[in-house]
Design a protein around this ligand. Structure first.
Ligand code: AMP
Length: 613
């Protein structure tokens, strides 16, 4: 496929004003893309060169990118740099300078998607001596044959700015639409039943309804597989080749992260028991959630964002080797700094220091992390996600040998709210966050929250609301004392899973220190968006829109109704945070892992409930 076609699609998507428009553009394009090329297209659309968990580092220093542009456009480096200062995006610089190229290309060929992907991958993989020159050469080779539009998007890949704001759910919707158009071919058995039930209805209506139902079901089936193998390129190729049957080939495998299950919240122990009856109640540790994949001696550790973080946790890797009594397994737990002498948990600020790339060895000695394991998803070739939690905990009991590095989470089983409250207080006193109650009969629900887990945190009890995690969708220039930081306040949103959109909930100008303002401006200015991003629903206009990428944790006095905000909007009013204060950047969360509209609604209701008590 010619890369030109992909570049045109990128351009249209960049200017798309709604998610629906994006979905139909993508569905149409998938239809036309050959099956073997579809993964390349999808990864590029995600601004990546493979699934996120492969962590292929596409980045290249700005200097080197400028060098490549200078090389093929004939403009001196100084001028390339000046244009960059003016336009703020090397993609636009490449587009502009190539359109007024000073020298004619010697060997120019029409670019194919294959060639573009292959060169970009070579750039990502180049390492060691001479690799910088090689990267410059490989990029220049592409730019040499590129049209201005193609050059804009190619350059944005090593700049790590290609993300077009297409969310994973949008891709999956597009796959489902695409399959529906090939409906007859792919109709699975279960839909025959639906068809029968709808037979009495009028022809047109019947068809429409059948298609809608089938699409929803197809979408669910795709997501089920995506939850255990979050590789949209791979899934798209299978769908294209074999239709829905292709999904049978997607299996859970050590080395490929599973999308983590999520916790709901309820305001009291009483309500938890009302919901779950007899349940397991565990201590809630405040550290890093990690998923550990063991395949013989090969151990890989993934964050909740599904990024590989193995080098960050050498003592956990050692512990797994010593204490896990299985050849192959996937388990999950929370790792946090623990002082063996005083038997005290260290605060999150100590644990998070491990995020630095250097001095890991020193940190591991000074503040060793302890892993508290709470789940198992795979054991010796068998997917155990479908087993009940009770069964899985039993498996864990037998799986982890005694030792210093790993322990099972502290847990009680009860249907007595008073006992839960006692356990809660006990844990809070020890410096933990609270408790998580678990449905004894639930399977491991990858990627979703369905009351299999319910959290009750310290902060719910004293204050009206728990903290919320919101995605940044825009920012305002600093005024007065904040002018010099270039940023004065943030515009933030919660995530609406149903509509796959970000809905505004608060403008936040409090809680940031001066360093935070500088840092936020630095990272946000890199992801500015020309207009309101397609998946953002917001009526307030910030000075700068940004693509949803960063998540911050925020506390507020309460949740109120507001006509200004669009969060969980009903009729005229949405929900808003009153007196919001930023606590910290949640670098462990993706924007789609921000607090959801559904959660905010239940927090809003719970708050009224607490008030009434
Ligand atoms: P939150 O981040 O507030 O939504 O709470 C859910 C998180 O609590 C999970 O993602 C885990 O990182 C963490 N956590 C701590 N202790 C446990 C536990 N015993 N079981 C499950 N999750 C836990």
């Amino acid at each position: 496929m010619d890369f030109e076609k992909a570049a045109k699609l990128f351009e249209t998507l960049e200017n798309a004003s709604s998610r629906l428009e994006m979905t139909s553009l993508l569905a149409e394009f998938f239809e036309k893309t050959p099956e073997s090329e579809i993964p390349w297209l999808i990864y590029l659309l995600q601004g990546q060169l493979g699934p996120s968990y492969e962590s292929i580092n596409v980045g290249m220093g700005e200097n080197y990118i400028e060098e490549s542009i200078a090389k093929i456009s004939g403009y001196p480096r100084k001028e390339v740099n000046a244009t960059y200062k003016k336009l703020g995006d090397l993609g636009l610089v490449a587009q502009e300078l190539i359109s007024k190229k000073k020298q004619r290309a010697l060997f120019s060929e029409k670019l194919s998607l294959k060639k573009v992907f292959a060169n970009l991958l070579k750039i990502a993989k180049a390492s060691g001596r001479g690799s910088q020159e090689l990267k410059i050469k490989l990029l220049a080779e592409l730019l040499n044959s590129a049209s201005p539009l193609e050059a804009k998007f190619i350059t944005r890949v090593p700049m790590e700015r290609l993300r077009l704001g297409v969310g994973d759910p949008t891709f999956m919707d597009a796959f489902a639409i695409n399959l529906i158009s090939n409906f007859e071919k792919f109709l699975p058995k279960e839909f025959k039943q639906v068809e029968k039930q709808l037979k009495e209805k009028k022809e047109e209506k019947r068809k429409e309804e059948l298609a809608r139902k089938a699409k929803m079901r197809i979408r669910e089936l795709i997501e089920e597989k995506y939850n255990i193998k979050p590789d949209l390129g791979f899934i798209a190729e299978l769908l294209k080749k074999k239709g829905l049957k292709g999904l049978d080939d997607v299996k859970i495998e050590p080395g490929i992260p599973i999308r983590p299950t999520l916790a709901e919240r309820l305001p009291s122990a009483k309500e938890i028991v009302k919901k779950l009856g007899k349940c397991a109640v565990e201590a809630k540790y405040d550290g890093f959630r990690i998923q550990i994949h063991k395949k013989g001696d090969k151990i890989r550790i993934f964050s909740r964002k599904m990024e590989e973080m193995t080098p960050m946790f050498p003592e956990v890797v050692e512990g797994i080797k010593k204490q896990v009594r299985a050849k192959d397994a996937i388990i999950e737990g929370e790792a946090l700094a623990f002082n063996e002498q005083s038997e005290e948990f260290q605060p999150f600020q100590v644990t998070i220091q491990r995020k630095r790339k250097y001095e890991i060895k020193k940190m591991a000695e000074e503040f060793p992390l302890k892993l508290f394991v709470f789940d198992v998803m795979y054991l010796e070739g068998k997917n155990v996600m479908g087993e009940s939690f009770k069964e899985r905990r039993k498996i864990l009991d037998g799986l982890i040998a005694k030792g210093d590095a790993i322990e099972l989470t502290k847990s009680i089983t009860t249907d007595n709210p008073e006992e839960i409250d006692e356990f809660f207080e006990e844990n809070v006193e020890k410096g933990l966050e609270g408790i998580i109650a678990k449905d004894l009969n639930a399977s491991y629900i990858a990627g979703a929250r369905k009351f299999a887990w319910i959290k009750l945190k310290r902060s719910y009890k004293g204050e009206l609301t728990d903290s919320v995690d919101v995605a940044i969708i825009g920012y305002f220039k600093g005024k007065g004392k904040r002018t010099k930081f270039g940023l004065g306040a943030l515009l933030t949103a919660i995530y609406n899973k149903k509509s796959d959109s970000f809905q505004s909930i608060a403008k936040i100008g409090t809680g940031m220190k001066e360093d935070d303002l500088t840092e936020l401006e630095k990272i946000l200015s890199k992801i500015q968006s020309k207009g309101k991003p397609a998946r953002v629903e917001c009526e307030i206009k910030p000075d700068f829109w940004v693509l949803p990428k960063y998540v911050i944790e925020v506390i507020a006095d309460e949740i109120t109704k507001s006509p200004m905000h669009t969060a969980a909007r009903e009729k005229e009013a949405g929900l808003a945070l009153r007196f919001p204060r930023m606590i910290k950047l949640r670098s462990d969360k993706t924007p789609e892992q921000a607090t959801t509209a559904k959660e905010v609604v239940s927090m809003f209701k719970a708050q009224k409930h607490v008030k009434a008590e």
